[in-house]
Design a protein around this ligand. Structure first.
Ligand SMILES: N[C@@H](Cc1ccccc1)C(=O)O
Length: 465
């Protein structure tokens, strides 16, 4: 008796008479390996005959697949340069392992010149023929194929292809049916067919249950905690003016205090409507830091390096006191990526402004937040931040790592409060989220928080209560 899958193949062959196993798989929706075993069954039943051929084809190597996704090193180099000269060293830091390959191919292809430690691009944009070919190997010409092989991006492989030819159509009584319909009963045709037996031991298909990515779930948990504590969520954009990221937070323009961390700059500049605020900040910087404050610097764009920039925007928005806000979002800082460092990561910043708010209140709030995050033991240590006085660092006790620095906090400086014209007390804090998540989710490599490996995400056992 013929199974439904055998019938699928026969039905397809009835129209085309002859087809290879790959085409059959494509047209029937069966996998190539089940087509191959079904063909054997059909052959035994004398319905088809087969012929085996071996076909050469090109498959992407592991590196090839990576390049197909991300681009060839020289393509990336040209896009980083974006038509402008850059220092060799700068590019080397950005490109890491791909640097040498990128330079050597870009030189060979006449895309760049190197002079006095600088890379001079000869083109503004570039997409290599190798890149096109990786995405469309079947259409690549011989030279490109050879080039891809030499670069180790593809390799020649051989596959077995079975050509199947229909030699006889099945008789009605060979066709097993699993559905007895009204028509079959009424017409009496059911007598001609055989009934297929149910296989009660067959495995059901495996369906994965969809779920949220565990890191996203963690971020939502943190937000819930803040909302339950009565904080209002505020979000602002990733591209920020230096004004909110630095100046309004009393970080002087040309001073190491501005560089408590590095940041990425963005081309172009922004605009600030509140001229009075702008002037207040200028006056305060010039009076207390004693330097010539520049408006062009304050308007420059950057990728925000701390979510305290959002706190700064809340302060500048003439909020109605008392107020409790938080923001949870990405920040960006240049760094070498490894198991504990990323160049974009999340911070949670909070702000409380209230007339009778004290430093002790702030410590209490932080203790409560950490308690709800599952960190029952914390320690405070005096610290320095350009925007708070007094300032503390909060250390949390994590079972695996011991005491870990988790949060910076303090009362916002009077220089900031007077610039925004708020006559009250403000407590503020900022904490990194990834490290917390790693401990919470029991993950050792920060990069796993952003894993897009679907098998890993499906199978990893992570529970967030
Ligand atoms: N923004 C600081 C943390 C901080 C925020 C608010 C007050 C004090 C400290 C950081 O990134 O390190």
């Amino acid at each position: 008796m013929l199974s439904e899958n055998e019938l699928k193949i026969l039905f397809f062959l009835k129209n085309v008479k002859k087809a290879n196993s790959v085409e059959i798989a494509k047209n029937t929706g069966l996998s190539e390996s089940s087509v191959l075993s079904l063909i054997e069954l059909l052959k035994e039943k004398g319905l088809v005959k087969t012929e085996v051929i071996y076909q050469k084809y090109y498959a992407l190597t592991e590196e090839g697949s990576r390049r197909k996704e991300k681009g060839l090193p020289e393509d990336i180099l040209i896009s980083i340069l974006n038509g402008k000269e850059k220092e060799l060293n700068e590019i080397k830091n950005l490109m890491g392992n791909d640097f040498n390959i990128a330079i050597s191919w870009a030189k060979k292809k006449g895309l760049i010149e190197i002079e006095g430690g600088k890379i001079i691009p000869k083109v503004k944009t570039y997409t290599s023929s190798e890149y096109y070919a990786l995405n469309n190997i079947d259409q690549a010409d011989k030279n490109t194929i050879q080039l891809l092989q030499r670069r180790g991006l593809i390799e020649e492989k051989e596959r077995k292809i079975v050509i199947v030819e229909l030699i006889r159509e099945p008789a009605e009584n060979e066709i097993g049916i699993s559905n007895l319909s009204r028509d079959l009963i009424v017409s009496g045709a059911w007598e001609k067919f055989k009934f297929r037996k149910y296989n009660v031991e067959a495995f059901p298909p495996y369906y994965t249950i969809s779920k949220k990515h565990y890191f996203k779930e963690f971020l939502e948990k943190v937000k819930d905690i803040m909302i339950n504590l009565g904080f209002k969520e505020i979000n602002t954009g990733y591209i920020e003016m230096e004004f909110y990221n630095f100046d309004l937070l009393f970080q002087p323009q040309d001073h190491p205090a501005r560089e408590i961390h590095d940041s990425f700059s963005v081309e172009g500049s922004g605009k600030i409507e509140d001229k009075e605020l702008l002037n207040n900040v200028k006056q305060i910087h010039e009076k207390f830091w004693k330097y010539k404050w520049r408006q062009d610097i304050t308007l420059r764009l950057m990728l925000r390096s701390q979510t305290t920039a959002t706190t700064a925007r809340v302060l500048a928005s003439k909020p109605k006191i008392p107020i409790k806000t938080f923001t949870l979002g990405k920040v960006f800082r240049p760094d070498a990526i490894d198991a504990t460092h990323l160049i974009e990561f999340h911070q949670l910043d909070g702000l409380i402004i209230d007339n009778n708010f004290t430093f002790r209140d702030l410590l209490g709030v932080l203790k409560e937040i950490f308690y709800r995050l599952g960190i029952k033991e914390i320690k405070f240590k005096p610290a320095y931040f350009p925007f708070t006085e007094p300032s503390v660092e909060v250390y949390g006790y994590l079972e695996k790592l011991g005491w870990v620095e988790m949060c910076g906090a303090g009362l916002l400086r009077p220089e900031i409060m007077s610039a925004v014209g708020i006559d009250s007390v403000a407590g503020a804090w900022g904490m990194g989220i990834e490290r917390l998540a790693m401990s919470f989710l029991n993950i050792n490599d920060i990069r796993l928080l952003y894993s897009t490996n679907i098998d890993y995400i499906r199978n990893v056992k992570i529970r967030i209560e």
